[in-house]
Each structure stands twice: as C-alpha cells, then as structure tokens.
Design a protein around this ligand. Structure first.
Ligand SMILES: [Fe+2]
Length: 180
C-alpha cells in the first residue's frame, strides 16, 4: 500500500488529531484504572486510528462543505485502510481492534460493523468519545473550532452513541483538568 503524497498541512493536522485523541484517551483509561498494558494499547490505537485517511482522495477528505451521501460512504473506508496498514506492520491485535471499531456507536448505528453496547471493545468505546471531542474542538476547513461547552452540548445531544459511564467520566475529566 502506498500513500499518496500529502501536503504538509494535511499531514500535520492528522498528526495533531492523533496526538490529541491519544492524550484524551489515555486520561480516560487512567481514570478508569485500567491495566497499564491496556492503557498503552489504547494510546497506541489513538495515535494511528485515522491513518487510513492518507490513502483517500484528499480533495474529498478536505471538502470545505458538508459531504454528500456518496462522499460520506467513501470516507468510511478509512477505517479498513487503517486496519490493513496496521496489520501489515504486525500491530498488536487489541490495538487493531480498537482502531477497527472506533466509529461504532453504542446504540449499534455506527460502522463498519454496527456493533452495539458492550460488544464494542472498551478501547474503541473510549476512542469514540475522545475522537469526537478532539474533532469538535479544533479548527476545520468548514468551520472554526468549538468551545468546550459547545462541544459537550453537541455530544450531550448524541449521548446514545456513547457508553454513558465512560462519557460521564470523560466530562468530569474535562471539567477538572486543563487538557486543551
Ligand atoms: Fe476515524
């Protein structure tokens, strides 16, 4: 697999996103008192979860408007592309699973499989929350970054997508710590 040549900005944005999600996921994992080994696997997954995006058409990926249905379906491919890439590097199987399921929703409406509730690996449920928050609180081509308050209010309105125990813990962390 060969990644298309990226411009520096795309590369930097992706890296910054990965680092932010890794930082937030690690805070959650620690707060949940997960085993160190598990925390590290979640951290590793967060650092590479969207890597598949570098194999996608960058014009579609960075379209400054809302994606149409076909484009949205196309972007979904990034998950399996990330997984193929990680498998080709012989990445730890749990780490790969967290990446594979990072867009699954707790109510079963996510992708690529539509797993529901506790069937979604814990690491992926953590990533789902950290990923959304990180994406909302950064400048994007189609909008300015949202305040923490606004981001959390959007996430509150989509609560059904998240593991509520993890989500309420996450909100406590955000409110108690200066993480941004
Ligand atoms: Fe993703």
């Amino acid at each position: 697999m060969e990644a298309i040549k990226l411009n520096k900005l795309v590369d930097e944005e992706l890296q910054q996103h990965h680092e932010k999600v890794a930082e937030l996921s690690f805070l959650i994992s620690k707060e949940m008192q997960l085993d160190n080994n598990v925390c590290n696997k979640i951290y590793a997954a967060a650092l590479e979860h969207d890597l598949g995006k570098i194999f996608l058409n960058q014009e579609v990926l960075n379209k400054p408007r809302k994606l149409n249905k076909k484009e949205y379906e196309y972007i979904k491919n990034h998950v399996l592309l990330s997984v193929s890439y990680l498998n080709s590097k012989k990445t730890d199987i749990d780490t790969v699973k967290y990446v594979l399921y990072h867009h699954e929703n707790y109510d079963g409406t996510g992708y690529p499989v539509g797993l529901k509730g506790s069937k979604i690996p814990l690491g992926a449920r953590i990533l789902r929350i950290a990923d959304t928050f990180a994406a909302l609180t950064v400048d994007r081509v189609y909008r300015k970054k949202l305040s923490i308050k606004k981001a959390l209010s959007i996430m509150d309105s989509e609560k059904k997508f998240y593991d509520l125990e993890i989500y309420s813990l996450f909100k406590k962390i955000i409110k108690n710590k200066e993480v941004l």
